[in-house]
Write a protein that binds this ligand. Structure first.
Ligand SMILES: Nc1nc2c(ncn2[C@@H]2O[C@H](COP(=O)(O)OP(=O)(O)OP(=O)(O)O)[C@@H](O)[C@H]2O)c(=O)[nH]1
Ligand SMILES: [Mg+2]
Length: 180
């Protein structure tokens, strides 16, 4: 079985590294992106006997490549073509966070949406409709409060589904691959 690569992408401070730590535990390697001073964290995850390298991308509001962080995130997704991208979003600031999601979808990457900070959203009286979002974006949506360990099992299940080819937006990806 080929090793897979999954990247974590999202706005700054939404909990990417918290999710990264929860997925990879102590199996981490910290370095710098080639030629850059921005930290590059990679870790290993074993999911139903499938080895997965998880890459914690720098936080970005877009993929426009205006900043070094945006350039690194964009280059990794477009050039390295990870097998999936976990887009971590702040559920308490969903609209602003979905700007990056739209750009990630445009790259053709397979997305899993992790709506994090659901505890903050709940405290603000916000209600979330993950099913409507999943249907609209054709991507699995998982509710999380990563700092409390909530939603981690659901995220792993969504990743396992993608790995097994039962993923939500797998057919979309297949169509694009055929048309290239
Ligand atoms: N209340 C709450 N806090 C969270 C949650 N997930 C993460 N945090 C906290 O939010 C802060 C930022 O988390 P990080 O994991 O560092 O976020 P990040 O996206 O990696 O941030 P950058 O790498 O700086 O872009 C930390 O203090 C976390 O403990 C959550 O679901 N709920
Ligand atoms: Mg981080």
């Amino acid at each position: 079985m080929r090793d897979l690569t999954i990247a974590l992408a999202g706005n700054p401070n939404v909990g990417k590294s918290t999710v990264f730590n929860a997925l990879t535990g102590l199996h981490q390697h910290v370095g710098n992106w080639p030629g850059k001073t921005v930290e590059c964290k990679q870790g290993q995850l074993l999911l139903s006997q499938q080895r997965i390298t998880v890459v914690d991308l720098p936080g970005t509001y877009s993929l426009a490549a205006r900043s070094l962080e945006e350039q690194i995130a964009r280059d990794f997704i477009v050039r390295e073509r990870p097998d999936a991208v976990i887009n971590v979003l702040d559920a308490a600031n969903l609209e602003r966070n979905l700007y990056l999601t739209a750009q990630l979808l445009e790259t053709g990457a397979r997305l899993v949406l992790a709506l994090n900070m659901t505890d903050v959203a709940a405290a603000r009286g916000l209600s979330l409709n993950p099913r409507a979002l999943a249907a609209a974006l054709d991507a699995p949506v998982v509710l999380m409060a990563a700092s409390k360990g909530q939603g981690l099992a659901e995220l792993k299940a969504a990743l396992a589904d993608l790995v097994a080819g039962r993923g939500h937006n797998a057919p979309q990806r297949a169509r694009q691959e055929v048309s290239r």
